[in-house]
Design a protein around this ligand. Structure first.
Ligand SMILES: Nc1ncnc2c1ncn2[C@@H]1O[C@H](COP(=O)(O)OP(=O)(O)OP(=O)(O)O)[C@@H](O)[C@H]1O
Length: 276
């Protein structure tokens, strides 16, 4: 009998960190971070203010070198302007007089892509921007000045900008901040659809796990240089968070929401005693 071994393709993780550390002077933000994020995985990055969540995004975007260890993203070392990485920053109001239309903002996400400047390149560019605008329901304001749009509309355009380049990895830094519930839902649905349809890995920094809880595969929870990685049901427990914070923390499940109480008066969201 001839036994043929099925060939299983070896897929490199979307993000791989090995013994990663970041230090600023005497202060170690995190150290010994080992993490593989698989294609299509949704990783929520949680922790109080100053625990290094944004710093992790900066490392992955190639804006800050590690102090120690190794990092790979989408198969290579991080570098600025990597077109296979999409980035959705925090919601910030844009200057009302910014001379950019919706489609210009989205088109910035194609900078770094080699589409060429000829007619074909320009056509493809336009088609991609139109498709990205349509995917976020932004066609109606494609030609409006971005500064005049509502916060929710602006944030949808930022999501379109992050998706227009067909990213392998999507880095999101508190993209829901100051959005109302309906717009939060739109943004999370878009991001979830992207990772399901295209196997895009998502690293999602948030103070508030509940809006994304149904999507989260694993959590990276950072507190004062300590961290835990695992599925929400393993990490979001009174025992684990009390250990991380070094104080009594209660994690309550209220219907389908998690409420974190305690954490030295700052709560798991770093700002209050409770986490809704
Ligand atoms: N270039 C730098 N030099 C010195 N310290 C820095 C530098 N960048 C960040 N830090 C410090 O590192 C810490 C972590 O910052 P970071 O923005 O990553 O935290 P965060 O977890 O995203 O916080 P927040 O929830 O408030 O956004 C902060 O105390 C910050 O002041």
């Amino acid at each position: 009998m001839v036994v043929t071994l099925e060939r299983v393709p070896v897929v490199a993780p979307a993000v791989a960190l090995r013994g990663a550390s970041v230090r600023f002077g005497e202060r170690t933000l995190w150290d010994g971070l080992d993490l593989d994020v698989a294609r299509g995985e949704f990783l929520a990055v949680l922790g109080p203010n100053g625990s290094g969540k944004t710093t992790l995004m900066r490392v992955l975007l190639g804006l800050l070198p590690l102090s120690g260890g190794e990092v790979r993203i989408a198969g290579s070392a991080p570098r600025r302007g990597n077109p296979t990485i999409g980035y959705v920053p925090q919601q910030k109001a844009l200057d009302p007089d910014l001379p950019l239309r919706g489609r210009d903002l989205v088109g910035l996400g194609l900078d770094g892509h080699r589409l060429g400047l000829g007619l074909r390149g320009r056509r493809e560019r336009r088609a991609r921007v139109d498709a990205a605008l349509a995917s976020v329901g932004g066609t109606a304001y494609a030609d409006s000045p971005v500064g005049r749009l509502s916060g929710g509309e602006q944030q949808r355009l930022r999501v379109a900008q992050a998706l227009v380049g067909d990213p392998d990895v999507l880095l999101c830094d508190e993209p829901l901040l100051s959005l109302d519930l309906a717009h939060q839902r739109t943004v999370t649905d878009l991001i979830d659809a992207r990772r399901r349809d295209h196997d895009t890995a998502v690293l999602f920094v948030t103070h508030e796990i509940n809006p994304v809880l149904p999507l989260v595969d694993r959590v990276l929870y950072l507190v004062d240089g300590r961290f835990r990685i695992g599925p929400p049901e393993e990490v979001m427990t009174s025992e684990v968070l009390s250990e991380l914070y070094g104080t009594d923390v209660d994690v309550l499940r209220v219907r389908d929401r998690l409420v974190v109480v305690g954490a030295d008066g700052r709560g798991a969201d770093g700002s209050s005693g409770a986490h809704h």
